[in-house]
Structure formats: C-alpha cells, structure tokens
Design a protein around this ligand. Sequence first.
Ligand SMILES: Nc1nc2c(c(=O)[nH]1)N[C@H]1C(S)=C(S)[C@@H](COP(=O)(O)OP(=O)(O)OC[C@H]3O[C@@H](n4cnc5c(=O)[nH]c(N)nc54)[C@H](O)[C@@H]3O)O[C@H]1N2
Ligand SMILES: Nc1nc2c(c(=O)[nH]1)N[C@H]1C(S)=C(S)[C@@H](COP(=O)(O)OP(=O)(O)OC[C@H]3O[C@@H](n4cnc5c(=O)[nH]c(N)nc54)[C@H](O)[C@@H]3O)O[C@H]1N2
Ligand code: SF4
Ligand SMILES: [Mo]
Length: 748
Amino acid sequence: MSEAANSRTALRICPLCEATCGLVLTVEGSRVTGARGDRADVFSQGFICPKGAAFGQLDGDPDRLRTPLVRKDGALREATWEEAFAAVAEGLAPVLGRHGGDGVGVVLGNPNVHTVAGALYPRPLLGALGTGNLFTASTLDQMPKHVSGGLLYGDPNAVPVPDLDRTEHLLVVGANPMESNGSLCTAPDFPRRLKALRERGGTLTVIDPRRTRTAALADRHVAVRPGTDALLLAAMAHVLLEEDLARPDGLAPRLEGLDRLPDALREFTPEAVAPVCDVEPAVVRELARELAAAPTAAVYGRIGSCTVPHGTLASWLVDVLTILTGNLDRPGGALFPQAATGRAPRPAGPGPGFTLGRRHSRVSRHPEVKGELPLAALAEEIDTATDDGEPIRALVVVAANPVLSAPDGDRLDRALASLDFMVSVDPYLNETSRHAHVVLPPPPPAQSPHHDFALNSFAVRNQARYTRPAVPLEPGLMAETEILARLVLAASGAPGADPGAVDAAVISRTLGRAVEDPHSPVHGRDPGELTAELTGEDGPERRLDMMLRLGPYGDGFGARPGGLSLRVLLDHPHGVDLGPLRPRLDEVLRTRSGKIELLPEPIAGDLPRLRRALRDRPEGMLLVGRRHLRSNNSWMHNVPALTGGSNRCTLHLHPEDAALHGITDGAPVRVKGAGGEITVPAEVTDAVRRGVVSLPHGWGHDRPGTRTGHASAAPGANVNQLLDGTLLDPLSGTAVLNGVPVTLTPAG
Ligand SMILES: Nc1nc2c(c(=O)[nH]1)N[C@H]1C(S)=C(S)[C@@H](COP(=O)(O)OP(=O)(O)OC[C@H]3O[C@@H](n4cnc5c(=O)[nH]c(N)nc54)[C@H](O)[C@@H]3O)O[C@H]1N2
Ligand SMILES: Nc1nc2c(c(=O)[nH]1)N[C@H]1C(S)=C(S)[C@@H](COP(=O)(O)OP(=O)(O)OC[C@H]3O[C@@H](n4cnc5c(=O)[nH]c(N)nc54)[C@H](O)[C@@H]3O)O[C@H]1N2
Ligand code: SF4
Ligand SMILES: [Mo]
C-alpha cells in the first residue's frame, strides 16, 4: 500500500499563536505529514500561515524530548515517569519543609495560554505548593492591560477588543498583526480583516517607530519615538477635551471621574509632547480629530505600548480615547468578548473592585498584580538575601524560557544553577530547562486536545471549538494534563496518587459553589447529581463539559435546553459560531462604584511621572523589538522550515545612523545596554526610523547543555542581555523591552 493510502486527516486548532486557526492535518501513523487551513472552520475559514503550515515539522521535531529526564550525579538522564515524579516529590519536600510554600517559585510561560493543561492546572498547582511567588510571561507582555482594565472596570481580565470586522477606523499603537497575527485580539486571518477594513472605506492608522508590514498597509503611519506613546495618547485625549470633541454618549451615565480628566491631562498639549514624541503638534491634533470624526473607531495597543516605561498609562489612555469617543462597548468600537467557558452573566451593580500591591516582592518591593510578581525580578528573588524572608530555593517552570525571554539572562542563568531543586515541564532541553533537576516533556501538539480557554476571551467573534488529540498518545508519552495533575500531587507529597483526584476536587468545589449561587442555572441542585451528568473521556474533558454547561451559552445542566456542552462541541468539529461581539458593559463592570472609574487613584498617582517625561529628551539610540511571521518567541528556531531567509537575528538600523556610526550592511555591530553587550550583524534598512535600532528576541541558542541542534547551529544573540532588569513599568511590574537606550560600535 502506498503512503497516501495509509494517510488520514484530522482536525486540530493551531496552538502556535493567538489566531487559533482551524487546521486539517494529514496523518500517517503517528506522523503529521501535512497541514492546511480548515475551510469549514467557523472562525478561521481556511486561513493558515507559514507556522501552521509547518505544524508537521514542529510536531515531529526529532529534538523533542520523549522521556522524562532526571539529574543523577550532575547529569540529566532518561528516567521513567514514576522515577521522575518521585524525584519531584523528593526535591520539593525539603524546600517546602524548610522554607514553606514561598521557598518554591512558579514560572508560567506563554504556551500555557495555548494548552488545555495550562488552563486547568496552574491554580491547583499553586494551591498545592502554597506559594505566593508566581512569575508569568504577562510581566513581559500584557500586564499593563490587566492593571488598566482592573482599575477602569474592576476586573483585570476585562480587556476591550477592537471590533475588527465592523469598525470604520482602527488606530494601532505598537502592534504588528501582519507578522504577529494579532494579540489580545484573536482574529484568524488578520491580513484579510485589515484589507476588508480598507475596502469598506474604513481607515487604518499605525503608530510604530518601524515601517512594519502593518504600517505599510495603513492610510497613515506615525513613526513615534519609542517609549513615548503615553504622552502622544495623553495629548490626543487633551485635544478631544479641549476642542469639545469628547462624546461618550451612552457611556456618560456610567462614567465616574470624567470631570477630573481635563485637569489631569492639562499639561499634555500637542505642543508639549511633540519634541519628545517626535510627532508634529498638527499631526497629534489630526489623529485626535480623525478618531472623533470616525462613525465608529477602535484603538488597539499591544507590545510596543505595553513593554515600555509608561505601559500602564498608555494602556489606560488607549481605553480613555475609546471611551471619550463613545466607542467602548458598541459595535464597530471595542467590546468585551464572551467566551463559552467564561463567567455566566450576573446582574449589574457594584463589585469588589480591583486592588494592586496586596503583597510585594521581597528584594525590590515590587507590588504584585493578580497575584503575580515581575519576571524581571526572578533572578534577584533567587540570588539575593534580605533580612525579611528567604530567597526562593526551588522552581517549578511550566512552558517558559525566561533565560531568553526575560531581562539579563546571564544573571538568571547563574541563579537557576544555584537552586536546590528545579523542575521544567517542557518539550525541549533548552536555555532554561537545562538547569532543571527533572524535565517532564509534554507530547507534541498533535497528540494533545485543544480548546481556547484563554484566547476566546479576546476573540473578535464569539465562538467555541474543541478538538480531541489528532493522533493517539504514543506509548511512553504522557498527556500534559496528566503531567500537571501528577505535579500537583507530587507537590502535595502524594506522587503516586490518582491524577483524576485533582480534577474531581476541582469539579466538586466548582459545582458546590455553583449550587449555592442564586444567579447560577444550577442553584439549589444537588452537586452529586450534576457530577454524574458530566460527560467526557477523562478529567480535563469533564471539566471542560462542566465549564461549558455553567457558562454563558451553556445548557445549565438541563436548565437551558439546546445550550452548549462538550457533546455539542464534539458534534460540531468545525466549531460553533456564537455571533459577533455584543455590548455587555454592565455584566463586566465590577468596580466599587459600579461605574467606569476613569481616573483611578493609582493612575492619577503615576501621572506626575509622565509629566516629568515631558522634559526627557533622550539622546542616542533607542532599541525596539520585532517579530517575524515565521517565529514565535524563543522556541521555534529549531524547525528548519521556520528559520533562514529574512528570519534572522540582525540589527535593523537606518542608513543615516549606519553612516553616522561607521557601520556597513552585514558587518558585525557591538550593541551595549545597561545589562551587557552582544554582537550582531547589521541590516541597514529605512524601515526603521532614525535614532532607533531593532532586534528580535528569543535568540541566543549558544549555551552548552541544550539539545536543539538546528537552533544552536545559527544561535543569534539574546537581545535581553542588554537589559539589567531594573527598568519596569511601576504599576504593572512589566519589563521595559522597548525604547531601551543602547550604544553602537562597529565590531569588525
Ligand atoms: N526583548 C523582548 N523580549 C520579549 C518579548 C519582546 O517582545 N521583546 N516578548 C515577550 C513576550 S510577549 C512573551 S509572551 C514572552 C514569552 O516568554 P516565555 O513564555 O518564557 O517564552 P517562550 O519562548 O514562548 O517559551 C515557551 C517555552 O515553552 C515550551 N513549550 C512549547 N510548547 C509547549 C507545550 O505545549 N507545553 C509545555 N509545557 N511547554 C511548551 C518551549 O519549549 C519553551 O521552552 O517573551 C517576552 N520576551
Ligand atoms: N510571528 C510571531 N507571531 C507572534 C509572536 C512571535 O514571536 N512571532 N509572539 C506572540 C506573542 S507572545 C505576542 S505577545 C504577540 C505580540 O503581538 P504584537 O504586539 O503585534 O507584536 P510585535 O511584533 O512585538 O509588535 C510590536 C510593535 O511595536 C513597535 N514598537 C516598539 N516600541 C514601540 C513604541 O514605543 N511605541 C510604538 N507605538 N510602537 C513600538 C515595534 O516596532 C513592533 O512593530 O505576538 C504573538 N504572535
Ligand atoms: S496564524 Fe497562528 S494560529 Fe493561524 S496557522 Fe499561523 S500560527 Fe497557527
Ligand atoms: Mo506574549
């Protein structure tokens, strides 16, 4: 029989970026030999990008670990799962015994928002460990959005998403969805959606120091000086207020603090911000007037507006502009999506509000946000002793590579090497996991189920999809859900117990609470009966079933016949469309006032720092990042199909800056920052503005003890070595990764 005759197809939602495209995989045995877009997918309708197309190569990467590794006599050796979990229990117990829960740190990386396991088990894990030392990739990314949403709406997960398919004007601030495929705006085929905006007569404005592929598509591109967006946006808000263009319309009765806004923003005139932002006052006024004049408009800020010194203020101002122009919570503006596994609507009214800084990091006293501490502070929490508490002595790392993703990887590298114990749940032996005492490898994505618990909360259309593993679990591998459940048990000192007990405990707790809740469809019912009604082949499926049925579109365990359940999703393999985003502000608001708190105290308290920035006229070069369509953070450089060509670790710099510094195209350049220096080849291009250089992140695969052969052959350099980890957005603890001062010298 030919190979083709042996092959079959299977559906799988792509977990490789936030766009969540439906894929049709071609499978031969346990090997994925092809991937194409699923034209019947209710959301992605056939779209696929080069990463999705390389799904098979990524899934079958021979460098993926296939057995657990346990450190013996200093070296990592293959071990059985039993040995590995016993080693975890043995490694954690003395640290927990001596130092308590806070002796153990937990690091959660980006892929946790792309896996079922990452959605369902981190909470039980933190509970079992009893630690407050949680570090996630959020503080290298979107934490300013959570702080801003928490303060404005009372819920840190309330992030309005641009109504991409209906808006008439999109103002993009520091995002490049043509390459990233979107973030906190889950939208398969972002390129088509942007082109459709232009085709229906809408306008696209992009604010970015680089002429990105997104900027190239725009009606207007403003090459702002990096790190100054908060000033630019404040001046736009100032213009709206000064020129009487603010029309919050229907939102007006739900606003608290509008009267104090003009005073708070008084100093941020277009003339005052222009020399700092490098944007003409007339342009600032036009940007504001265009936003006000558009029939509908959405302001969308991402990485370039978040990982900067005023990230929270910029994120707040993105929403302030949306609110002042009446575009929040209305079609064509920015709305709050409703995920099928999200919270079912509750009656409107005041809530508990949002509090920052309920505890602080031990060394630098950074405030927690959502129970998380800055990842930039992880190294010092391990390597620095203080009088009031002890350093972290053990680490549980799930799907994270902070040695490359976070500031000052060299220091973190040394700190990790000094730990008493470290466990990594990671498919690769890479820059971070090489320090682990135990590595627990999850199976390749084709062998894992998929549902977008996290990303559906940011999707431009409400929909729900679930795919079971496209390929049965190969012998010797363990589902990541089971790995994490067993990790929970190992942390509780019961490594051999039944992992199903973890799911059963969550189900029992959740249903127990639901039947007590007068607004729940199952109020007053018997939790035991409800548990018996759950379907699914394993614990995680039963939990998905429970969440769907209790959720906003759920069948309410019979209370709402025809509603969603696991069975419905299984019956609709290409997904269930739940319609366009709809206004639901009243369900979202959880502030103490029950209103949008437009000028919350922590924001007002940070504005003086922004006023001081009006006097900052940075000399010298500023560094920004960039993403390539065929990349994803630090972990896809091992796939030949996704590397090479233009996806290289080069320093983009403007021809005039190159001439000024005596640097020629292709020549090595020494780049120096507060945290160290690296040498990279120059790529002279006018796509980056003068005074700005750009490097991609996630490179630097040249450390010993890793097992990523292809990546190590063209390692690139780690841009985050230029950072020393002290530069943070103070309200959110987010590392400043963009707008970083650097010096350049030819290294030839
Ligand atoms: N200079 C600079 N630095 C940045 C950024 C930037 O723009 N500029 N961006 C930041 C952003 S936005 C983010 S989100 C962070 C990301 O920071 P991290 O999350 O630390 O980085 P990743 O490279 O995504 O690492 C993911 C890890 O998960 C592993 N992995 C992959 N798939 C799976 C899986 O299915 N299960 C498990 N358990 N592990 C898996 C990979 O092997 C890898 O080790 O980087 C940040 N760092
Ligand atoms: N191909 C690919 N896709 C990805 C990823 C990837 O690594 N590769 N990573 C995923 C992740 S984890 C995330 S969080 C998203 C990120 O999604 P995006 O935010 O869309 O991605 P970036 O390419 O980092 O875009 C940030 C833009 O901000 C610009 N910028 C830098 N500094 C400033 C500034 O001070 N002001 C302004 N206005 N702009 C500035 C940069 O030039 C860059 O074009 O992408 C996701 N998708
Ligand atoms: S856009 Fe993202 S989700 Fe879609 S195929 Fe590409 S990597 Fe996968
Ligand atoms: Mo991210």
